[in-house]
Each structure stands twice: as C-alpha cells, then as structure tokens.
Ligand binder design. Structure first.
Ligand code: FMN
Length: 374
C-alpha cells in the first residue's frame, strides 16, 4: 500500500499494533506493519532488555514505544515515595477485595503492594524515556494526557514522531496545539482506557477538528480487528489503524491462558468500561471482579495510581491461580480487551493476522470502488 503514513515510516500497511509483549511488536513490524511496545509496566532495566531484543529481531525495520504519563494522578509533581502512596489506600478497599476473594474461595494470604514507584511517576517515566530514546524507535506515544514538554522537545530533537491517544475532539485539539505529530483517536469500543464516544463518530469529528488546527495524521482506534474496519476508518479520513485487542489472542501473545480462552468465546457484549482496574474508565472483560466493583456496596475506585497498586498485584495472582484450574479465580480473572473481542475467535500467528488483514482491506476497498459509476 502507498499512503502518506506508510511512506513516513517505511511500512507496507498502515496497521499500528500496540502490545505489552515484545514478540507481538517484533512480529507485526516484521510482517510489514508497525509494532508499538507498551512500556508502562516496566522498569528501565526491563525496558532496556526488551528494546535490545526487539532491535535484534526487526533488524532496522520501524517500531515504536508507548508510555503513560497522565495529566492528573495522586502525587504528581511531588517528591513522594511508594510507602507514602501505599499508605493512602484505605483499609475499606483491601477489605472489599478480601470479601470478593473469600466469596470465590480464593485465599491469597494478604496483599502484595508494589515496592517501587509506578512508571507513571515523573521520576520513572523520565528514565523510561531515556532508555527508549537510546534505541532506534521511530515513534513515541503517550496516553491519558498531553505529553510533558520535555518529552515533546526530546522527540523533536531525536527526529522521532510523537503520538498521543485521545477519546474526545477537544483533547485532540489540545494535543495538536502542544506539538503532537500524530493523533490516535480511540473510540469507546477500545480495550484499555477509553472515552464514551464511538469510533464511528469520533473519527470524522477528530479528522475535521484537527484539519482546522494543524493537519496531522489521525490513526483510528477502538474495536478495529479486521482489515475491512481499517478500510472503513480510512474512508472516514483516518490515516490507518491503531490496534491493541486483536493481538491478545495471537500465538505470540503472553495473555494468561484462562483469559485468552475467555476472549476466544466472548461476544462483543462481554466487555465493560470500569474504573476497577486503574481508577479511570478502561474497557475489559466483564467478570466477577468488574461485577463486584459495579455493585452498590463497592467502595469508590481510587485515583491513579492507587487503584492499580491495589488491583494489579491481586489480579496477577488471580490469573496464576485461574491457570492452575481454580474455578473461583477463573470467574474473577479479567483483562483489558475491546468490543472487537467478539470477532477474535481463534488463536493465530501474528503474521497470519497481518496478511489476512491486508487481504480483507483490499477486498473492502474493491467493494467501495465497485460502487462508483464508470
Ligand atoms: C491489554 C491492553 C493494554 C493497553 N495498555 C495501554 C497502555 O499501557 N498505554 C496505551 O497508550 N494504550 C493502552 N491500551 C490501548 C491501546 O493502545 C489501543 O488504543 C486500544 O487497544 C485500541 O482499541 P482495540 O483494543 O479495540 O484495538 C491497551 C489496550 C489493551 C487491549
């Protein structure tokens, strides 16, 4: 395919793949798309290892990294340590999780809180960016806010394209004014953090708004798991697709086996937007976990990063228990995924997904062209 964004990055298909799994990132890039490694759960040392591995696999082909520096979070701009953050989690929240686990016969023997500052903190995110810019990344993306000025400046001086994820028109305009080169417009169908406007409405809205501000490419995200959906978004003015969920059921993905199995059988109605995982709305598989946090006796989820500090270690242990066959843990297990999960019904290698994607896109483009008079 020849599109401006394909030319910009030297890729064959304007298909961007967000994943926390390095194998997926490398495989997408090697198949002609553009892999983007999510780094928000890594330490700087881990990131160094992951990017070194990716460099060896992709041999100069383009890839990117995605960080999460929110506009607002508990402790932002303060010299705060992890113990002080942990002390902000109310006893009521621990007790609520304990009750949920007991009801499902799960015994975790206490809560394990993180011992190092989360990646969203200024200190760790600056270190992560330093590591990322030490590798030949071609794109750096930020979610949940306008990238800090030092990130924009560093990207410009390194010649790296800077992208930002948004779920509303106003946010897109703010990002463009802040110097962002590429907008990722994520509809409410998206796995992970999302707003409440559908991809179908958001894409033309943001494409038009951005054109009036500064005409930067807009990648469409949210519910896109096929080439024909990418074609639809490009027909609405998007420069390509930015995807996350579709890779979770690939052979290469490190998705916990129980959750992967749930995804294969889930329908598009089996996800929910919930604050129970990070404190901000994010879309995930509906499970006993999300149902409990949605109930009337549930405490209000905590602001970032406190809710993640509370829930992530517990959910990871629940995954391991679920994979060992514990039925209660299997009911609770959940992970981020978008509504496109209803179309994700088999485990395939990444390369096959990308090749089928290209064929499906071409068929859709032909169908559209076939509607025109000679
Ligand atoms: C498991 C998972 C984790 C995600 N984590 C992040 C993240 O850390 N940073 C980020 O910018 N986006 C994250 N996202 C959102 C993706 O970047 C992307 O916008 C979204 O997956 C697109 O919608 P889709 O899932 O319907 O393809 C995540 C998505 C999923 C499915």
């Amino acid at each position: 395919m020849r599109t401006p964004i394909c030319d910009l990055f030297g890729i064959e298909l304007p298909l961007f793949a967000f994943s926390h799994c390095r194998d997926v990132v490398a495989a997408v890039t090697n198949a002609g798309g553009f892999g983007v490694l999510g780094v928000s759960t890594m330490t700087p040392d881990e990131l160094e290892q992951e990017l070194t591995w990716i460099d060896q696999q992709v041999k100069g082909r383009p890839y990117g990294a995605d960080i999460l520096i929110p506009d607002v979070y508990e402790g932002k701009g303060q010299d705060i340590d992890i113990e002080t953050l942990a002390a902000m989690i109310p006893e009521q929240h621990f007790e609520f999780i304990d009750k949920l686990l007991t009801e499902h016969g799960v015994e975790l023997a206490g809560h394990q809180l993180p011992t190092t500052l989360p990646a969203i903190s200024d200190e760790v995110s600056t270190q992560l960016l330093d590591v990322a810019f030490g590798h030949p990344i071609k794109l750096i993306a930020n979610a949940l806010g306008v990238p800090p000025q030092f990130m924009v400046d560093r990207a410009k001086s390194e010649g790296v394209q800077i992208a930002a994820l948004v779920g509303a028109k106003q946010h897109a305009v703010r990002q463009v004014n802040a110097g962002v080169d590429i907008i990722v417009a994520a509809g409410t169908e998206a796995g992970g953090h999302c707003g409440d406007v559908t991809t179908m409405v958001l894409i033309p809205e943001i494409v038009d708004a951005v054109k009036e501000t500064r005409d930067v490419p807009v990648l469409a995200a949210g519910g896109i798991v096929t080439g024909r959906q990418m074609a639809a978004c490009m027909a609405m003015g998007a420069a390509g697709a930015w995807t996350g969920s579709v890779w979770l059921t690939t052979e290469e993905a490190e998705t916990a086996p129980t959750v992967k199995q749930k995804m294969l059988t889930a329908t598009s109605r089996d996800t929910v937007r919930s604050k129970s995982r990070t404190g901000k709305y994010s879309r995930q598989l509906r499970s006993a976990w999300t149902d409990a946090w949605n109930s009337e006796d549930a405490p209000t989820p905590l602001p970032m990063p406190l809710q993640s500090m509370l829930s992530e270690p517990a959910l990871r242990r629940i995954d391991r228990l679920a994979d060992s066959g514990h039925p209660g843990a299997q009911e609770i297990a959940t992970y981020w995924v978008g509504q496109g999960v209803g179309l994700m019904n088999s485990i395939r290698p990444v390369r096959d997904v990308v090749y089928e994607w290209a064929e499906d896109f071409a068929a859709a483009a032909e169908r559209l062209c076939g509607t025109l008079d000679e």
